[in-house]
Structure formats: structure tokens, C-alpha cells
Design a protein around this ligand. Structure first.
Ligand code: SAH
Ligand code: SF4
Ligand code: F3S
Length: 478
């Protein structure tokens, strides 16, 4: 096995601590020493997991390109391959082990290829140990130190050893890092990092550090710049955006931020993810008042049973969740609401599962990400004994999906005959002469056209047909 340089290894115990230390903001400056390290070389980044990871990959692409690397279209033939990973559920990790296996073979044929793994998976002790022992990976780093990337690459080239640096602390805020955004009209904008909720099933508070908010000026300036550069839509990102500002100790909340961003001239604002407990009146009022805040909300409920919600440490009840939904529907009558649901949490009974189905019907979700509970080492739920068989869990998931799919369809049917505004993304993949994009309510909409100049523009489409996963319509000329 290759020699190792262990700068630091992950520790779940350390990652759990929330010390009362000030969060530092680092303003990124490129060290000239690394300017030409990537000259004449190509890179490819595989991105898994949530939008937070997609945004991080855009920063890493920015850093790599500032070092001279050029993006490759062929991952298996690049000089540098990075895997930006997710460990939210077992199956997310399985996919990554598969790709690592493939890369192992590639590296045997191309020994100069550099392979790096980063993101949430290396933040787990067990995963990092396995990567070091069983895979041919040159650089291992986590979520708190992507700004060290040039230095880590330098060390890997210089020493020809495995370079491991995973920090298990509260985390920091990185500003001014270069970014290569995937889209020219839609942008991710981080407003906060980390999570302090500690839902008992979830690994994120361990992998992403403490809840910390960016300064509002930095966020507002970023959005103003995006407007100047022709961007039409921003999605504000955080694991719990409704907690924005709490750590700053100012009297300025997520709702205030929405009102301020509405004034920047950006056409569309979306945000994810919201926590039902922290979703407050001001945010809901901003959804009503701000023209740019889109009438769609993703509000993960996880379960419809009060006892399960309590064991999950979600800190709200069925009734409290419903009262927020009802208030939202009062303020934004045509709002589309989507959610996340976990089935088969340890010892969930059929009756408790029925409460989830009841809630799904009562809310009328127009979309849902549904998951079978997956134990994550180090979390409280992973220590719970479980009496529900995997077969039963799959059966519950199937029954839930049947119901939520009806919700998707109904959410599209209600627009048939109406004209909706669509921000055009691209040519449709499975239809000749069709283009597609998303409506204000985040409905995927296809329409007949082969005018590629429409990409990045907002067009009017009259909806003629509703399917489960999308709507079809005709372009309406102004
Ligand atoms: N911060 C967001 C999203 C977190 S991860 C939120 O709180 O809603 C996205 C989703 O993954 C969660 O909403 C949850 O439904 C699911 N999830 C998280 N941990 C899980 C686990 N251990 N097993 C199954 N699903 C999980
Ligand atoms: Fe995980 Fe809960 Fe935080 Fe969401 S709010 S990231 S589910 S701990
Ligand atoms: Fe996955 Fe980490 Fe996001 S575990 S869901 S990539 S915060």
C-alpha cells in the first residue's frame, strides 16, 4: 500500500460537539505557488447527494480552473477525478463504492491519474478507514476544507502518498472562492451551512458541522451580481434555511432576507430546505408579498405520527405541521407543497404508518421524496432495536408511493387549460422538437419548439396535458 500523510482523520465524537467558538469567515485567496499546478491537465467531478454538494462542486471546479485545470468530458480519462460524496443513506454510499471500484481498474492502467474523494462520506470514521485500506485514492478530504484543495493536490503530486485531511469541527464560512456554475440562468446560493437539529436518524449534523449563516451583505451582493450577469433564478440553500440568522444574534431572520432579496431584481427565488418547526409567519408573509418568491414550498414532514416524530426529535406534531400548512394555503392559495417522508423508522407500527398516509391525503402534497429508514452509524436511531421487517418496510414504501404519485398527477392536472410561465432549461431529452423548463410552481413543462435561443428565458406555455411526472403545453406568443 502507498504511504500516507495523515494531516487529520475524522472523529464522529468530535463532530457532535457544539463548542461555543466564533465561526470564522475565510476570504479565499489563491496562493501563486499553485497557479500552474493544473496546466495542461484535465479534471472531472462526480457529484452525489443534495444541492449543497452541487454548490460545493461548483466551488471546487472554480478552484481547479484557477489552477489551470480544464474540465474533461470523459471522467475515466481525466488527470484528476474528484468524487463529491453523500452518506445520507446506505444506498447513497453503495453507488460510490461502485465508482471507486471502477476507478481502481482505471488507475492501474493510468498510474498518473489522481483520484480524490471529498464531501460527506469521508466525514465518517468507518468510511474513511475503508477508503484508506481498500481503495486506490490519493486525496481524502471532507466538507470543511475544500479551500485546501490546491495544497492537498500539491502534496499528493509531491509526495506520491495518500493525503488525508478530514476536519471534524464546527466548520467555517468560505467567501470569495471562484465558482464555475453549471447553469447560466439558475444559480445555487448558500445562505447557511451545517445543521443543529440532530434529528435522531440523520448524519448531516455530524458531516456538515454547526449551523452558521453567511452575512446578509455577502448574500445580497452575490444575488445582485447574478442579476447583473443575466441570471433569472436563485435557489437559497441550507439544511434548515428557516434558522437563518439565529447564530448571528441580529434581529434579522430568513423572512427579512426574502424581502431584501426580492428588491435585487432577481426574477425567481426558491429555497430549500425548510424545517417545519422554524418556518415562521414572516417567511410565509414574504411568500405572499414578494413577487419573486415562487409559490412552491418543500417542507419535509418525515412522518405523520406524533410518537414517531418525537423519537425522531423533529419537535413538532401532526397538528402543528397542519396548522402551518393551513396558514400557508390561506396566504398563498395556489401554493404547491412537496415533502420528504421516511417509512420504517425503528418499531413503526402499521397504525403509525397509517397516520402518515392520513397526513399525506390531508395536505395534498404535489410531490414527495420517500425513503426507507437507513441506520447511520453514530446517530441515536442506529442504536434502537427494530422489530419491523425489511419486507414490511418495502410494502409500506410501495403503498406510500402509490399515494404520492397521485399527488404528482393532481398537481399537474390542476394546470391543464391554464397558461404558465416557464423558465426554459434545455431541449427535452425524450421528444423531438420539444423544449422544457420549470413553471413557477416547479412543474416540469415540455412544449413544442426547437428555438434554442429560448434557453434561459421565461416563456408562456398553455398547458394541454398532464402526466404523472410532467406537463405538456403549447408556446403562447406574446
Ligand atoms: N435538511 C433537510 C434534508 C436532509 S436530507 C431536512 O431536514 O429536511 C434529505 C432527506 O433524507 C430528509 O428529509 C429525510 O427524509 C431523508 N433522510 C435523512 N436521513 C435518513 C436516514 N437515515 N434514512 C432514510 N432517510 C433519511
Ligand atoms: Fe438532518 Fe434533521 Fe438537520 Fe434535516 S434538519 S439535515 S433531517 S438533522
Ligand atoms: Fe448527503 Fe451530505 Fe447532502 S450526507 S444529503 S451530501 S449534506
Amino acid at each position: 500500500m502507498k504511504n500516507k500523510i495523515n494531516i487529520s482523520l475524522p472523529s464522529l465524537k468530535e463532530a457532535k460537539l457544539r463548542r461555543n467558538v466564533d465561526v470564522s469567515t475565510i476570504r479565499y485567496i489563491m496562493n501563486d505557488k499553485y497557479d500552474n499546478l493544473g496546466k495542461g491537465k484535465t479534471y472531472y467531478i462526480f457529484t452525489y447527494g443534495c444541492q449543497g454538494n452541487e454548490a460545493d462542486s461548483e466551488v471546487m471546479a472554480g478552484i481547479l480552473e484557477s489552477m489551470g485545470y480544464v474540465k474533461s468530458t470523459d471522467p475515466m480519462n481525466s488527470d484528476l477525478v474528484l468524487l463529491n460524496t453523500c452518506c445520507i443513506r446506505e444506498n447513497a454510499e453503495q453507488r460510490i463504492w461502485g465508482v471507486l471500484g471502477q476507478l481502481k481498474g482505471r488507475k492501474r492502467e493510468h498510474p498518473d491519474m489522481l483520484v480524490g474523494i471529498c464531501g460527506c462520506m469521508p466525514q465518517e470514521e468507518k468510511a474513511t478507514k475503508k477508503i484508506i485500506e481498500s481503495y486506490d485514492v490519493d486525496i481524502i478530504f471532507g466538507t470543511h476544507n475544500r479551500h485546501h484543495l490546491p495544497e492537498l493536490i500539491f502534496k499528493a503530486y509531491e509526495s506520491k502518498a495518500k493525503v488525508v485531511e478530514v476536519l471534524s469541527n464546527e466548520g467555517l464560512i468560505l467567501e470569495d472562492a471562484p465558482k464555475i456554475r453549471e447553469s447560466k440562468h439558475k444559480a445555487w446560493v448558500n445562505i447557511m451551512f451545517g445543521c443543529d437539529e440532530f434529528c435522531t436518524y440523520c448524519i448531516v449534523p455530524y458531516t456538515r458541522g454547526r449551523e452558521r449563516s453567511r452575512a446578509k451583505e455577502d448574500i445580497i451582493n452575490e444575488v445582485k451580481d447574478l442579476v447583473k450577469n443575466g441570471y433569472k433564478e436563485v435557489t437559497l440553500l441550507g439544511q434548515n434555511v428557516n434558522a437563518y440568522g439565529k447564530d448571528l444574534g441580529l434581529d434579522y431572520t430568513f423572512g427579512d432576507l426574502l424581502y431584501d432579496l426580492d428588491k435585487t431584481g432577481i426574477e425567481r427565488i426558491r429555497y430549500t430546505t425548510s424545517h417545519p418547526r422554524d418556518l415562521d409567519e414572516k417567511t410565509m408573509l414574504a411568500m405572499r408579498d414578494c413577487k419573486s418568491v415562487m409559490p412552491h414550498l418543500h417542507l419535509p414532514v418525515q412522518s405523520g405520527d406524533d410518537d414517531i416524530l418525537k423519537i425522531m426529535n423533529r419537535k413538532y406534531t401532526y397538528a402543528e405541521y397542519m396548522s402551518k400548512i393551513n396558514r400557508l394555503k390561506e396566504l398563498v392559495p395556489d401554493i404547491s407543497i412537496t415533502t420528504d417522508i421516511i417509512v420504517g423508522f425503528p418499531n413503526e407500527t402499521e397504525e403509525q404508518f397509517q397516520n402518515t398516509l392520513k397526513l399525506v391525503r390531508e395536505v395534498g402534497f404535489e410531490g414527495a421524496f420517500t425513503f426507507i429508514y437507513s441506520p447511520r452509524e453514530g446517530t441515536p436511531a442506529a442504536k434502537m432495536k427494530d422489530n419491523v421487517s425489511l419486507e414490511e418496510k418495502h410494502d409500506r414504501l410501495n403503498r406510500l408511493i402509490e399515494l404520492t404519485n397521485q399527488g404528482y398527477l393532481k398537481g399537474h392536472q390542476r394546470f391543464v387549460g391554464q397558461t404558465v410561465e416557464v423558465l426554459v432549461d434545455e431541449e427535452s431529452k425524450n421528444g423531438d422538437g420539444m423544449m422544457c423548463g420549470y413553471s413557477k410552481h416547479l412543474k416540469l413543462t415540455h412544449f413544442k419548439s426547437n428555438d434554442k435561443s429560448l434557453i434561459g428565458k421565461i416563456v408562456k406555455v398553455k398547458v394541454t396535458e398532464a402526466k404523472t411526472w410532467f406537463m405538456i403545453g403549447d408556446l403562447v406568443e406574446d
